[in-house]
Ligand binder design. Sequence first.
Ligand code: GLN
Length: 319
Amino acid sequence: MKIIPDVSILKKAVEEAHKRFVNIKDGKNADYIPYLAKVPPQLFGIVIVTVDGNVIEAGDSRFAFAIESISKVFNMALVMEDVGSLALRKKIGADPTGEPFNSVMAIELHRGKPLNPCVNAGAMATVSLVKASSESERWARILENMSGFAGRPLSLNEEVYKSEAATNQHNRGIAWLLDSYGYMYSGPMEACDVYTKGCSVDITAVDLATMGATLAAGGINPITKKRVITETHVSKILAEITMNGLYDSTGDWQYKVGLPGKSGVGGGILAVVPGILAIGVFSPPLDIFGNSVRGQLAAEYLSDTLKLNLFTKGGAREQ
Ligand code: GLN
């Protein structure tokens, strides 16, 4: 049986994690998307949501930030509902590229196959697989799906979207390249634009942890109690992010944290402890791989303190 730690223990750990790392100034905001460079770097929020619906938070846990790459997790979930997990794996894959998240070389090395839905190429191919008869329907389904995970209606941050859309020539290039190799299943510019909108959705660390806790709870949102995805898809999603969630430093993350995780260049990091809880951290300054510095520190601290690492004996509190 899985043992969920008491709320008092979780509260102490979350507050201590905040206190320990609040003054760390390492890393740098993403600046290739102009909006992200302007987000105050000192912001720092940590949240745990348990599978039984407790919300434990510290710091700037209600500050809205751009979900960015973490949207890839939920778009992948939607496509599994639409076409099945096997089709997603065959069309896109589940393996690391070993290259940065926006690598063109990775595409060339694998004859156009994006390899996984967590890199930009695979994420845009994933968006192209969402069942929709128009671009507006594709976008509406993506936003509705993410909202189901968060348990509240999420919305597009127009300013982020404008900033991204004006500077996403590289992603547009990737989308055309995939199309040339036959790995785009809608118009490539439609997929790129809807993907960009998905990255520009505002969430808080509370939303992020709730979205993760929905995965931890086997696909049922622990706050709304509504089923968001089929339970058998959850382990596939977690397998994908276990391998690819922090790009080409996912191995380092697993070495330290030992949990399925996903980061975004907006400064969000999610860690999922199946059957127990999820951790959502927000702190904009990133390391060279594009992962939040304090997000990783907080996740490592919480994984150690609360004995959450899945790769340890009795890992993730199995008793
Ligand atoms: N919108 C960003 C991009 O496409 C998301 C990347 C990320 O968070 N790693 O580059």
